[in-house]
Design a protein around this ligand. Structure first.
Ligand SMILES: Cc1ncc(COP(=O)(O)O)c(C=O)c1O
Length: 362
């Protein structure tokens, strides 16, 4: 079975097996990770290990903090605004798809949102040209969504924004490719794509943004407060699982290595789509996502049958996001090349069978 879900997503078998081994008794402690007090030495070892391995993976600069929070990226759409908008309460947002639109709608509750560029009129099929962005010099930050999970669009170059810090929702491409954290004031990501199961939201923040929160920000979601010391019980099991994922990723050779593999997998899928009239990808080739490959069947009436037959062939959760429909193959770190090869074999034989059926029935 290969699970192409956009999230919660497939996890590496090795990671699940390690979690299974530890389930009843973590490293001879006599208890499960789920039962540990969060202030215990054992849990601190788990949490510090996860922090250190993640710092290594992303080359964390010294003047940043990683926060292991909760709420999902959707909560942080609001929390980013509440923590960073400051006194002026103005921020710039780039609208590139379903998730950036959600981020905009949440931020609007707390201040003035300038939509500095949007691809809405063309069905979110590209990243707007940076040279045309209408940056407001009084904005507290400029927000982008590095990968639009529902629309299959991705920033392949991170723009150099001045003077406001760049803030990004990196939920669906976090750890799938190299990212220079120093280009950002803050990034945030839900865990359930490449970090582990749900329940954990990672925020990585530059130290000079830690004390701008509005008074109404709850203590548990005040980034500055959480950076000083843990305010409440963290999502301990999710942090443990994330730690297993980080050490698995280091064993794979780190992000540079996995990124090369992700590009090979994505390109081979796009090649099949582009070379067969049976399939169609409407995203501008230069802006196509390496993480979520969104496409259609040129005859959309066949989509349901395609999905049913894919499932019978062990290829699960290929249905596109509700707002867009069509097909979506999520190509996260845990998807092996064999999974993508199986999908390609299936797509080619499905297309050829259907074309023959059409031909023989006239
Ligand atoms: C890019 C992006 N941002 C935000 C979210 C919302 O995440 P959550 O449901 O964990 O709050 C998702 C969910 O898939 C996403 O893909």
């Amino acid at each position: 079975m290969y699970n192409f879900s956009a999230g919660p997503a497939q996890l590496p078998k090795e990671v699940l097996s390690r979690a299974k081994e530890d389930m009843l008794d973590w490293h001879g402690s006599g208890i499960s990770v789920m039962e540990m007090p969060f202030s215990s030495d054992e849990y601190n070892e788990i949490s510090d290990g996860a922090y250190n391995d993640l710092s290594k993976l992303i080359n964390l600069p010294d003047d940043y903090h990683i926060l292991f929070l909760q709420g999902g990226a959707y909560a942080h759409f609001a929390l980013v605004a509440m923590n960073l908008m400051g006194k002026n309460a103005v921020a710039d947002y780039v609208q590139t798809g379903h998730w950036s639109t959600r981020a905009i709608n949440e931020a609007k509750r707390y201040g003035k949102v300038n939509i500095v560029a949007s691809s809405e009129n063309s069905g979110f099929n590209h990243i707007p040209d940076y040279n045309q962005w209408k940056i407001d010099p009084s904005a507290a930050y400029c927000h982008i969504t590095t990968n639009e999970t529902a629309n299959g669009v991705q920033f392949h170059n991170i723009p150099d924004i001045h003077p406001a810090p760049l803030v990004a929702d990196i939920t669906s491409d976090f750890l799938t490719r190299q990212l220079d954290i120093s280009q950002f004031g803050l990034v945030y990501a839900s865990a359930q794509k490449n970090v582990g199961p749900t329940g954990l939201t990672i925020v990585i923040i530059h130290d000079n943004l830690l004390d701008q929160a509005m008074d109404i920000v709850p203590a548990v979601f005040n980034y500055g407060r959480q950076a000083k010391s843990r305010v409440n019980t963290p999502s301990t099991y999710s942090v443990y699982m994330a730690g297993l994922m980080f050490s698995w990723l280091l064993e794979q050779g780190g992000i540079e290595k996995i990124e090369q593999q992700n590009i090979i997998k994505a390109k081979s899928l796009y090649d099949v789509i582009d070379n067969d009239d049976f399939y169609l990808c409407t995203v501008n080739p230069a802006d196509r996502s390496m993480a979520n490959i969104c496409f259609e069947l040129t005859n959309p009436d066949l989509a349901e049958d395609f999905l049913d037959q894919a499932k019978e062939n062990g290829l699960l959760n290929l249905k596109g996001h509700g707002v867009r429909g069509g097909i979506r193959a999520s190509n996260y770190n845990a998807m092996p090349i064999e999974g993508v090869d199986s999908l390609i074999d299936f797509m080619q034989s499905y297309s050829s069978n259907m074309s023959q059926t059409k031909f023989s029935t006239g």
